[in-house]
Write a protein that binds this ligand. Structure first.
Ligand code: LMR
Length: 336
């Protein structure tokens, strides 16, 4: 009888070991935007690729639209291991102490996606991601969104039109300096609170690529949109380093391949998504869409370029010089 009990117990133990062995590795991927945005679509693409390429050994759970965590919370959750993967905007790494990312927020630093890719796909992009390692974070890739435009409830043609306006920004000191250079009053708010803040007048205006303006319905509570394209907004896909390093090597290899394919996908669709959403905003008739003249664009540039010099000590003058040098080298073409 005793022998029988031992046999049953060892069989049960074997079963449960087998069950544990069969449990997929779960990657919780949290983000703050809608599913039908460049980041939302790329996250879903990564989920499919990762699950297919690891033959089900990995399960990716995507939590969109701040359903799991908001901006600031998601960074903390990643460091604590409560989620494994995020793709925060490059403007949200300053509070973590990695100020170099704020280089991407400088007004007019990139003329087009090709210029941007010189940095994100080159050694400078890599070196900036590496700065996350001491924070317990591994930077895997850069995903594109697009170029930001200003919106408000009054017409925006010249920098003076934003004077005294309360403008929502992401948590970047460069964006704060940018708004101050326009005489506006910057207010940091989590992305999930922007629609309501615009609706209730907590802030007067904001800046975002059109894909965010459209999918968060911000255009319903902003009467004017000026296609200033004065700065860039994109993402760093990041993982909890301990989790990533602890993965079985063959699984990690497949996930790296899935990430490469997802990055190509994200960067292929970003411009199209933004163009398509601009047409939808125009069609809605809720926002007057204005394209600044060359002279108006120049006026914005003149007002905003001093931000580069002002913020160089924060970003790192050497990094900035290296970026300028890379950007000055001839480009392949103009995709913007
Ligand atoms: C924002 O807060 O405006 C953006 O970072 C949202 C996003 O992730 O695109």
């Amino acid at each position: 009888m005793k022998k029988m009990k031992l046999l049953v117990a060892s069989m049960l133990a074997a079963c449960s070991t087998w069950a544990v062995a069969q449990q997929p590795i779960v990657i919780k991927f949290s983000h703050v935007v809608a599913n039908d945005t460049p980041k939302g679509l790329a996250a879903e693409y990564f989920k499919k690729k990762a699950e297919d390429m690891t033959k089900g050994r990995v399960k990716v759970e995507v939590y969109a639209n701040s359903t799991l965590y908001k901006d600031k919370e998601e960074m903390e959750a990643l460091q604590l291991g409560a989620v494994q993967m995020l793709a925060p905007s490059l403007a949200k790494f300053g509070p973590l102490g990695v100020k170099e990312f704020e280089m991407f927020d400088l007004p007019y630093i990139f003329d087009n996606y090709d210029q941007l890719h010189k940095i994100t796909e080159g050694p400078i992009g890599k070196s900036i991601l590496a700065k996350l390692e001491p924070k317990g974070i591994r930077g895997l890739s850069y995903w594109d969104n697009g170029f930001k435009s200003f919106s408000a409830n009054t017409p925006i043609k010249l920098p003076t039109d934003l004077k005294g306006k309360k403008m929502r920004i992401q948590s970047s000191k460069v964006l704060e300096a940018q708004m101050r250079a326009l005489g506006a009053l910057p207010q940091v708010l989590p992305f999930s609170e922007v629609y309501q803040a615009l609706q209730t007048g907590v802030v007067d205006g904001t800046e975002n690529p059109i894909s965010n303006l459209y999918t968060q319905k911000m255009y319903e509570v902003q009467k004017h949109l000026a296609l200033t394209e004065h700065g860039y907004l994109g993402y760093a896909v990041i993982v909890n380093k301990k989790f990533w390093d602890g993965l079985p090597p063959d699984v990690r290899e497949q996930l790296e391949k899935a990430m490469l394919e997802s990055t190509a996908f994200a960067n292929r669709i970003a411009k199209h998504q933004n163009d398509q959403d601009l047409e939808k905003v125009k069609k809605s008739g809720k926002t007057a869409v204005y394209t600044p003249t060359a002279a108006e664009r120049d006026a914005f540039k003149k007002a905003l370029m001093p931000v580069h010099k002002e913020m160089a000590p924060r970003i790192g003058p050497e990094l900035l010089q290296a970026v300028y040098a890379d950007l000055a080298a001839p480009t392949k073409g103009n995709k913007k």
